[in-house]
Design a protein around this ligand. Structure first.
Ligand code: HEM
Ligand code: SF4
Length: 555
């Protein structure tokens, strides 16, 4: 994991001091709300429905145990003893007091964490695969590249006031677990014909009110050109992106308006000035950053552990946990274990301070003191010996973190919605709970197979509803809360946007409608087909026919 040098620490400490001063001046009435707004936004502070909301970055989703304990302590001291993990590898506090925020930031700085650039029209936290560095299908470890991007983008003066926010995701594997196609820039590690590793570059993906899948603008970028090429993309966006209309300001709108081909041509023209210039990455710089991401001191183990294999044969509950929550590791005898933050009745992505402390202990005990966060709002211990999984499972069960539902219907991605967010049209959390309750039986849940259900409380799409196999979107109708349902979205390298099934539904009807959608899937299913396979084969009509057969829907 990256360790701050003196320069990094000084930078973060100075920023904390600056923000403390700005907050004090605002509280003393020396700064207006309007003057304070951009200052607080660049430090992750929103003003929300009930209280301010503070968003803290978890760069590329990595946390050390001491950082997790600090997050827990902050939740206990300054918030209501819990925090929320988001879809972009951040953690949010929903109830801090404005006057406490400088103290929270000072505490974070002691464990090399910050909230810089977690909101505002700047380059946000760069995200990646939660299995980075350990995935069996990895082409290159994306973490050094994310760190290089973080160092380049943090306080980059030219890109501090972009037309709109800007999000970058990097995937180093054959499978995309970082939602790269719905980011402003998505980088995919690829090999060229000569076997060299480079990046395929996509731009203009995004969700929100105008969801668009990213377009490839370069098939192969040699890694040492990464920053000059990113500079070129950002320059084109900074120059041509629309500043007159907030809803048209994201790069996706520019790329669409220009066409990806002419956007790419503009980037190449700009890059001609930058290529091989001073921002070109030297091997020494790549090595300097990479040395922070070496593998831990793995034991040499003989492949599969006999006890681990045997317990799966003997204990159905353990076998289920392994099937869903354990991911294949590149090191023999090791696995990555996902702790589910999707237990029925708990808001998706929420963790209590006590759970965080306990998970920090598990990380120390079983995973070299490290924890990961996924964009699907779960926690991961990435380097666990197979022989330790049974003991870890017992501890996780006691903590309510062992629900064996990763990738299944109840592993719901959801934004905070109307319970917390000022922009919401409708609540998300009770909808998630309603659906989870309906599918709480594990036999049924497993029978349904892999299925993504995502919920957003408004068209800003923080809950990725467009790319859920089933998507639920909160809409406002004459001041009351309604829900629009879409089907057929998917994430990954084959990402696609769901189709709206028809008129929206009242809150109480949503679980029943989801039940009907699932019934159609089960009736139409052949063999072990997944929901999305059935949808691709039969289309939306059979689903539509079923859910609108009764007079439930209202235009
Ligand atoms: C409660 C405070 C929040 C506010 C005010 C907020 C605001 C917004 C807005 C305005 C957008 C649309 C941006 C655009 O299309 O230009 C957006 C998108 C997004 N937000 Fe949030 N959000 C909040 C919380 C969250 C949370 C909790 C998550 C994760 C669970 C999240 C993750 C995202 C993602 C992934 C997108 C869509 C991707 C994209 O940028 O196109 N946000 N948010
Ligand atoms: S999708 Fe809407 S309701 Fe949900 S967090 Fe984002 S802005 Fe708020």
């Amino acid at each position: 994991m990256y360790i701050y040098d003196d320069y990094d620490q000084a930078l973060v400490d100075q920023r904390v001091a600056q923000f403390a001063d700005q907050t004090n001046r605002f509280l003393a009435g020396e700064l207006t709300g309007e003057e304070f707004r951009p200052l607080r936004l660049q430090n992750g502070l929103y003003i929300q429905r009930h209280a301010p909301m503070l968003r803290v970055a978890i760069p590329y989703g990595h946390l050390r145990a001491d950082q997790v304990r600090k997050l827990a302590a902050i939740a206990r001291t300054y918030d209501r003893s819990y925090a929320h993990f988001t879809t972009r590898q951040n953690i949010q506090y929903n109830w801090p007091k404005l006057e406490d925020v400088p103290a929270i930031l000072a505490e974070l700085a002691t464990v090399q964490m910050h909230a810089i650039q977690t909101s505002g029209n700047c380059i946000r936290n760069t995200t990646t695969d939660q299995f980075a560095g350990v995935a069996f299908d990895e082409i290159v470890d994306p973490r050094p590249w994310c760190e290089i991007i973080r160092q380049w983008s943090t306080f980059h003066p030219e890109f501090a006031h972009l037309p709109r926010k800007f999000k970058i995701a990097v995937s180093g594997s054959v499978g995309d677990r970082a939602a790269t196609l719905v980011h402003d820039i998505g980088l995919h590690a690829v090999r060229n014909a000569a076997g060299e590793v480079g990046f395929k570059v996509l731009v203009g993906g995004g969700l929100g009110r105008t969801p668009i899948i990213g377009s490839v603008i370069r098939d192969f970028l040699e890694p040492h050109h990464l920053l000059t090429y990113l500079d070129a993309i950002l320059r084109v966006y900074n120059r041509y992106g629309r500043r007159d209309n907030k809803y048209k300001a994201r790069i996706k709108i520019l790329v669409k308006a220009m066409t990806p081909e002419s956007f790419a041509a503009k980037v190449e023209a700009e890059w001609a000035f930058l290529k091989d210039g001073p921002a070109t990455l030297t091997q020494a710089e790549i090595d300097r950053v990479s040395q922070f991401f070496t593998a831990p001191a793995y034991e040499t183990l003989p492949g599969d552990d006999a006890g681990f294999v045997q317990l799966q044969a003997e204990n159905k509950a353990f076998a289920r946990f392994v099937e869903r929550n354990v991911f294949k590791h590149k090191q023999p005898g090791y696995v990555a274990v996902t702790l589910s933050l999707k237990k029925t009745g708990v808001a998706p992505g929420d963790a209590t301070a006590d759970q965080l402390d306990a998970v920090a202990d598990l990380a120390d005990q079983y995973a070299y003191g490290e924890l990961r966060v996924s964009h699907e709002q779960n926690l991961i211990l990435a380097d666990v010996k197979q022989s330790d999984v049974a003991a870890l499972w017992e501890s996780a069960k006691a903590l309510g973190l062992a629900t064996p539902n990763i990738g299944l219907l109840t592993d719901i991605i959801a934004c905070p919605g109307g319970d917390f967010c000022d922009l919401a049209n409708a609540k998300s959390i009770p909808i998630a709970e309603g659906v989870q309750k309906l599918f709480d039986n594990l036999d049924d849940l497993f029978d349904l197979g892999e299925l993504d259900l995502n919920i957003s409380g408004c068209m800003n799409s923080c809950g990725h509803h467009h790319v859920g196999n089933i998507g639920i979107l909160g809409v406002d109708k004459n001041g009351s809360e309604w829900y629009q349902i879409s089907l057929g979205g998917r994430q990954g390298y084959e990402a696609s946007l769901g189709k709206v099934i028809g008129p929206s539904f009242a809150q109480d009807d949503v679980p029943g409608v989801i039940r009907q959608v699932i019934d159609v899937f089960v009736e139409q299913r052949e063999g072990d087909e997944r929901f999305i396979d059935v949808f691709d084969r039969v289309g939306i009509e059979p689903f539509k026919a079923r859910v609108y057969q009764k007079e439930r829907a209202h235009g």
